[in-house]
Design a protein around this ligand. Structure first.
Ligand code: NAP
Ligand code: ZN
Length: 363
């Protein structure tokens, strides 16, 4: 169920899994004492938004206001808010709420909350009001301060937006699975929103970065813009064979069903492939491929709040900027079509403040 009263809000929503997104009005909750309210300035478009709109994961609730890479400026704080004040530069990512009590929430892993984490859209926040959550393709966000991130001064709000999902999603497994301690040769499969940030962060960790892409056209840019060290065209059998057993650590960001065995063969003995792409269906792995080289196949889902702050700060300190194409909200349906075809270098970010118009007859 959606709220029928509270804070009036407006944005763009998907009304079913096939039709274009269009303007939509709704209510957010009345702010609570621990809530931060912020005016949304930018919101990134993640491929997960596309999966959700198309109901690839079978959990879509409509109308759906997507968006979990949200940045803006604080417009109000509740009486109990300690970390933020009006005018602060803030963001909200994928994690909007969680039980706050379990071992994982207490340990900074709210994204793996034992009870359940609440996603910033297409979810029901049963810890608060059990009402449908709406994301950042909208004018205003309200979130408990525990789940609000501070955007470092060095990172512009548009460029910061993708770090709230793409950034943390690639950074978290790099840390957990020991990229820093492991060998030097890092590979990233899929040069899209997540992939390009992975390449940049791995460079900041001092790795030799190989981009593995089906798109030969991305090679020049990978060298010039992302400072990659090597490029493999995944559809070129000869190139793939020549690179066998050359990498220590791979992050696979591919958004469609694919044969992961082809990439596992690129790993050296003891290598790790961490899958973070979330196409529908399952991954089929040859037991021989993983056994023969004592490989680790892992996964990872977004990241906790403290670690999201860490990646924002890390990118600020290392001058890591996402490559974005800023678009007005009324371009969002074209952007979705282009994202589907892999025609974005490398993240669409919606200029919400500059393009989202208030409704003619507000609620
Ligand atoms: P994206 O910008 O569309 O990038 C995905 C890349 O995958 C594309 O640029 C393309 O790279 C490659 N690709 C797409 N279709 C392919 C195909 N049929 N065969 C081979 N390669 C293909 O998407 P994104 O926003 O980075 O998200 C990537 C995936 O991660 C999505 O499934 C998304 O839902 C998921 N995700 C997971 C988490 C998590 O926590 N685990 C968080 C956010 C997103 P090339 O053209 O270079 O080959
Ligand atoms: Zn995302």
């Amino acid at each position: 169920m959606a709220l029928t009263e509270g804070t009036p809000a407006y944005g763009w929503a998907a009304f079913d899994k096939a039709s274009p997104l269009k303007a939509f009005q709704f209510f957010r909750r009345t702010p609570r004492p621990d809530d931060v309210t912020f005016k949304v300035k930018y919101c990134g478009i993640c491929h997960s938004d596309l999966h959700q709109i198309h109901d690839d994961w079978g959990s879509a609730v409509f109308p759906m206001v997507p968006g979990h890479e949200i940045t803006g400026i604080v417009s109000a704080v509740g009486a109990d808010v300690k970390k933020f004040k009006v005018g602060d530069r803030v963001g909200v990512g994928c994690v909007l709420n969680s039980c706050r009590e379990c071992e994982n929430c207490q340990g900074g892993l709210e994204n793996y909350c034992h009870k359940k984490m609440i996603w910033s859209y297409n979810d029901y926040d049963f810890y608060i009001d059990n009402k449908l959550t709406y994301g950042g393709y909208s004018n205003v966000m309200i979130a408990s301060e525990r789940y609000v991130l501070q955007i470092p001064d060095a990172v512009p709000l548009d460029i910061a937006a993708p770090l709230l999902c793409a950034g943390i999603t690639v950074y978290s497994p790099m840390k957990y699975y020991g990229l820093e301690q492991g060998g030097k040769n890092f590979g990233v499969v899929g040069l899209g929103g997540l992939g390009h940030v992975a390449a940049k962060i791995a460079k900041a960790f001092g790795k030799h970065v190989t981009v593995i892409s089906r798109s030969a056209t991305k090679e020049k840019e990978a060298f010039e813009h992302l400072n990659a060290d090597s490029f493999l065209v995944s559809t070129d059998k000869k190139q793939m064979e020549a690179a066998a057993k050359s990498l220590d650590f791979i992050i696979d960001t591919v958004a469609a069903k694919h044969d992961v065995n082809e990439y596992l063969q690129l790993l050296k003995v003891n290598g790790k492939l961490i899958n973070i792409g979330l196409p529908a269906g399952s991954i089929e792995v040859s037991p021989f491929v993983i056994a023969n080289s004592r490989l680790t196949l892992g996964g990872s889902m977004v990241g906790g709040i403290a670690e999201t702050q860490e990646v924002l700060d890390f990118c600020g300190e290392h001058n890591i900027t996402c490559e974005i194409e800023t678009i007005p909200i009324d371009y969002v349906n074209t952007a979705m079509e282009r994202l589907k075809k892999g025609e974005v270098k490398y993240r669409f970010v919606i200029d919400i403040e500059g393009s989202l118009k208030p409704p003619v007859s507000p609620l």
